[in-house]
Every structure is written in structure tokens, then in C-alpha cells.
Ligand binder design. Structure first.
Ligand code: MF3
Ligand code: CO
Ligand code: CO
Length: 261
């Protein structure tokens, strides 16, 4: 009946989460016009390895790269490539590390130069949707409170929430069984309990919510080619509220980030 103290699992995933977040901090100055997504991937990969971690995505169900990099109308699971970024692009970099047997999973948006106002607004709304939904998390709350919050923020801003992908429980497995929907109804779904660890990772589209997966079997794009933005944190339910395991060590939140602005 006695479960492992929260601090056990939380102490371990804290380190994995901090490393994943560090990698996103580290890559900031390299996100400039002319860089390829492959180069950004390789920089992130080297940084994970340098700190004793490995990439959880490399060879995961056949995924061929150490990170997912998803520019502009790519919703998620973009495969790093020889594509060169250009000023005005927005992109998501999603890093999942495995460190000492625990997974840390986080993603942020990045700007190349100064993107158009609508792209920046979309990015800011995606960030607010994630952070506001995290602030809903507390023991005794409901999983549905999270999706309801995200959906309200995104749709109030005139954007849409992607239905085809969700957050997930995480810990000593990458993708656990719990599905964290990014739309929903308050007061519904599983009750949040201390010790639960999962991601929240809303994908917000400027246009319609539908996605299409390209021939490569991974790259998800908006069907209407509208822009898409996503942020992701790995979080834990505590006795009193919530802990975010993937906060930026440098204090970065939403772009533009100091060094890239
Ligand atoms: N990091 C992604 C997530 O947030 C999963 C990527 S799986 C991959 O769950 F195979 F596409 F890399
Ligand atoms: Co995830
Ligand atoms: Co991720």
C-alpha cells in the first residue's frame, strides 16, 4: 500500500527535465538565418551527450533524428534536414532526453529574425495556453481542466487546437498510457493525484485544426498550410500543486530570447 515517496521519482526526473531544458537554452544563439535544421539537431544532440544524456527520439519507432524540428506550418514531428531557415520563420524544437533511466520532454518555439505579427501572436497564445493550463494543475483537480483551459485560450484568440496529438504520462517510460488532451471540459476525466507525471504540449494552429502526415510517415503539417505553434513542459502533481521539471535554467519563456533577439 505504501508507494514510493514522491521525492524519489521527482528527484530523478528533475535532472532529466533540467537537461532537456538546458539543451533548448543552449541552442538559442544558433537559431539564425541560413542555419539548417540538421545543424540545430546536431548541436542539441552533442549537448545532450556531453551531459551524460541520450536522445529518446533517435530510433524511437523508427524516428531518424535526435530532436524534432517543426517550422512554420509543420505541427510536430518535423525531421531535421538540410532545409535552411530564413528570416521570418517560426519553429518548434522538441527535445526528449533519457538521463539515468528517466525521460525529460520539452519543446519551445524559436524565431528566426522577426517573424510577422500573426506568427508572433500565435506563438504567444500557444505559450499562454500551456502556462495557464499548468496553473490549473493541483491534486483533486481534473485532467479535463487542462484541455478546457487550453481550448478556451486558443479559440478566444481566433486560433484552433490540434486534436490528433496529445500530452502523455512520462517517467521511466517515454510515452505512458495517460493521454492528456488539449481540448475538453472542466471537471471531467481522471482526478489529478500527487505523484502523477505527464507532459502538456498543445499545438495551436492559426487556421483550421486538421493535420496531415507527410509521406515520410512522421512530419505532421496543417492541412490548410496555416502556421502552427507548440510549447511543451514535463510536469508533476505535488501534494499542494504542480512542479514544472523543464523550466529554462536561463529563465527563457517565450521568444524572442535574449541572445537571439
Ligand atoms: N517529443 C515528442 C513528444 O512530445 C515525441 C517525439 S516522438 C518522435 O511526445 F518519434 F517523433 F521523435
Ligand atoms: Co511529449
Ligand atoms: Co516532446
Amino acid at each position: 500500500m505504501v508507494s514510493r515517496p514522491l521525492s524519489g521519482g521527482f528527484a530523478s526526473i528533475r535532472k532529466a527535465g533540467a537537461l532537456a531544458a538546458h539543451v533548448l537554452d543552449f541552442v538559442v544563439p544558433y537559431v539564425v538565418p541560413g542555419v539548417t535544421t540538421q545543424e540545430l539537431n546536431d548541436l542539441c544532440h552533442q549537448e545532450m551527450l556531453r551531459h551524460g544524456g541520450t536522445s529518446a527520439t533517435l530510433n524511437y519507432q523508427g524516428f531518424p533524428q535526435a530532436t524534432c524540428i517543426s517550422p512554420n506550418h509543420v505541427v510536430c514531428h518535423g525531421i531535421p534536414s538540410s532545409r535552411k531557415l530564413v528570416a521570418g520563420d517560426i519553429l518548434n524544437i522538441d527535445v526528449t532526453v533519457l538521463l539515468d533511466g528517466w525521460f525529460g520532454d520539452t519543446s519551445r518555439m524559436f524565431y528566426v529574425g522577426t517573424p510577422p505579427l500573426k506568427a508572433r501572436r500565435l506563438t504567444e497564445v500557444a505559450y499562454q495556453a500551456l502556462m495557464q493550463s499548468i496553473s490549473q494543475v493541483r491534486p483533486g483537480g481534473f485532467l479535463g481542466d487542462i484541455g478546457a483551459c487550453i481550448q478556451h485560450i486558443a479559440e478566444s484568440a481566433g486560433f484552433s487546437v490540434v486534436r490528433d496529438f496529445c500530452g502523455h504520462s512520462i517517467g521511466q517510460v517515454f510515452h505512458g498510457d495517460l493521454a492528456v488532451l488539449h481540448v475538453g471540459t472542466r471537471g471531467t476525466g481522471p482526478v489529478l493525484q500527487p505523484g502523477m507525471i505527464f507532459t502538456i504540449e498543445p499545438m495551436i494552429n492559426a487556421g483550421r485544426p486538421e493535420v496531415r502526415v507527410l509521406q515520410d510517415g512522421w512530419t505532421a503539417v496543417t492541412r490548410d498550410r496555416s502556421l502552427s505553434a507548440q510549447f511543451e513542459h514535463t510536469i508533476g502533481v505535488t501534494e499542494t500543486g504542480v512542479e514544472i521539471f523543464t523550466l529554462s535554467p536561463k529563465g527563457y519563456t517565450c521568444p524572442p530570447y535574449g541572445e537571439s533577439a
